[in-house]
Design a protein around this ligand. Sequence first.
Ligand code: SF4
Length: 343
Amino acid sequence: MPAMVDLKGLDREELKRLVEELGEPSYRAEQIMRWIYRHDASSVDAMTNLSKGLRERLARVATIGRLAAVSGEQSVDGTRKFLFRLADGAAVEAVLIPDGKRRTACISSQAGCGIGCPFCATGLDGLVRNLKAGEIVEQVLALQRLTGERVSHVVFMGMGEPFANYGEVLKAAGLLSDPNGVGIGARRITISTSGVVPAIRRFAREGVQYGLAISLHAASDPVRDVLVPLNRKYPIDQLLDACREYVERTNRRVTFEYVMIRGVNDGPEQAARLVALLKGMLCHVNLIPLNPVAGTGYQRSTPEAVRRFARIVRDGGIEVTVRRERGADIQAACGQLRRSRAR
Ligand code: SF4
């Protein structure tokens, strides 16, 4: 018997092909799309505006995948984190962060991560595998289902390097932003990368409205070579050239994420270098006090060091904010998601 198709993860064209194979007009694909992504239907049978005959034929060849949440935790600040088990046993985490009316889903693009940033819990475990688009979109749907909240923003800042899984991540972003998909505006979706330069250039040419965030974390190559090992392949000057191309082509600003680590990248000379690097670019710097991961030896910068760093960057004419800590008590903060708790 041929394997069943998982409808979740299929895009408009794939759904059209499927309904045509079932002898139906292609517009049925739009209806099915709304059921899967908008209404989060749990079965083909729930698609009540399809004829009974089509539902029966569809149910013989297709299912609608859901991720099983194996644990959930809630922070004192309302942030909620869930660990999901994938069909093959791999596990990923996703986080829902409330902020006023905003509900931001921080989702994973890979199980584990192959970049190996030494301060990050996910990186310590290495890469398990890329996620499929359906598994990525389902994290958002599952967060909505489990919390009863409607997600308003999505950041690809959970486990994994999104641009190491480019095709599935862009497909997932398309399904999330499609009006007949989950329906989250493209400008409310941000994709974060540790600096895969060819993918940034490709992304700049896609003609899409998603935001771009760069995990910069250092302003000189010797420091970044250690903190973000991908820098040895794509050093800072190449990375920033690609970012400038993105700004030129999209007219959107780039967000530079900078995790503040005591005595490593938080000195005034790194701040001054950062100003020199980013001068004139349409961008924004987000300073993130490190959430230390046991066993890594890295410590969080002191509040004074963060303030001094921010002042130098601001005085240099670069827009800068210090990220408010969210979900730290449940290890839901940046760099703290990890596969090993699933074991
Ligand atoms: S910080 Fe991001 S890119 Fe680096 S190891 Fe962790 S998940 Fe991967």
